[in-house]
Design a protein around this ligand. Sequence first.
Ligand SMILES: [Zn+2]
Length: 425
Amino acid sequence: FASREIVSIERAEGSLPGAERGVKWEALGTMGDCVAQTTVLAGHLWDGSGAPPQANVAIQIAGGRIESCEALDSTAEDRGRRLVDLRGFWVMPGLIDAHMHLWGLTPGEVSPADYETRLSIAERQAKALLHAGFTTIRDLGSPITPRIRDSTSTDRPTAPRILAAHVGLTGARGPWLIPQPSWWEARVVRGVASAGDAVRRLHDEGVDVVKIGASTGPGAEGFGDIPTLTIDEIRAVCEAAHGFGLPVAAHAIGSEAVRRCVAGGVDTIEHGYGLSDDDCDLVAASNAWIVPTLRTRAFRSTAEAQATARAQMDTLQRGVAAGIRYAAGTDSVGDAATLHGPGNALEIELMGRVMPPDAALASGTREAAQMLGVDGETGTLAVGKCADLIAVPRDPRSDLLELQQVKFVMRSGRVVRDDTSAAES
Ligand SMILES: [Zn+2]
């Protein structure tokens, strides 16, 4: 994940744009130092608002937040700010992976025995995600991730903004993952009475979201659509969590589990496939979102994975037609098939096989931010929001695979990656 140590910033001379400029490369600071006053010159801006892209925009940034997005003219450089020249690029909001896990696995899916080794692997994975353009991630189950969340510096971020579930809650009626991998940790809710205590403990441990496992699978038992929590248990978890201001994310596959989650009041349904048109109408009429986690099976060759991938795409088509709100989340765990990095952006490309390109891009930016409740901070490039932005060489709408070609990443106004000069030469 090598990145140049020095931020290269073009000093523009003469008026912009169009005038002849002497190009000088000057080291103005080390990585992450570009926070105070920055002007980003964007050749094309896809701001995530739903508006059409704009050409030649100057984004003024101060204190890590966006002050203005204006047509690029000769005054853009007059403010004496640091210039980041992305005129040869498409600029868009930083990406969001709304469902993933920093388990600290090696690519061979082997779990190192000790926590510290897993932590160091997970730290590298978090950094790889940030460099791949993911400025926000939601980890839905790993005891390692809260530590990474709490240790990353805001001045020199080495990880995305992290929302963490810590460990999940599952039902006593059946295991959530079959078989239970050694690195997985979940706590069992036994009846309504224990739900409140389990949620309070997670709250005290500092989670950002409560994760529950409401069904089995996917795995050995077909699509794994066996419910493992009752409606009353789900409702008790949701009421306790909402009382602490925490959302509830539910692993749920198949009609019955998803219907219980809707009835119980969960905020997000994870995986959420194996659904009929009626099920989709029910979800669409609720406040629940679905995170379809397509990447986790799309690129595996086993019969189970391929059958699951087909079921996922089938439900996604029904759900989009029904008007369900979707956010992109990969369920990547860092194994060989789901390495953390540029490949996490494949989720948006998979979304784009069902949705129009703008909607697919929104599922990994604006929509995901809304679902996670961080839309006041990120998800679009608008005045007042954090300057979480990335740059890719070509229009991502014409090929969503372009999202794997991120050359520049800024998180909250800090430049964390700049490979733009290499990309242009
Ligand atoms: Zn997951």
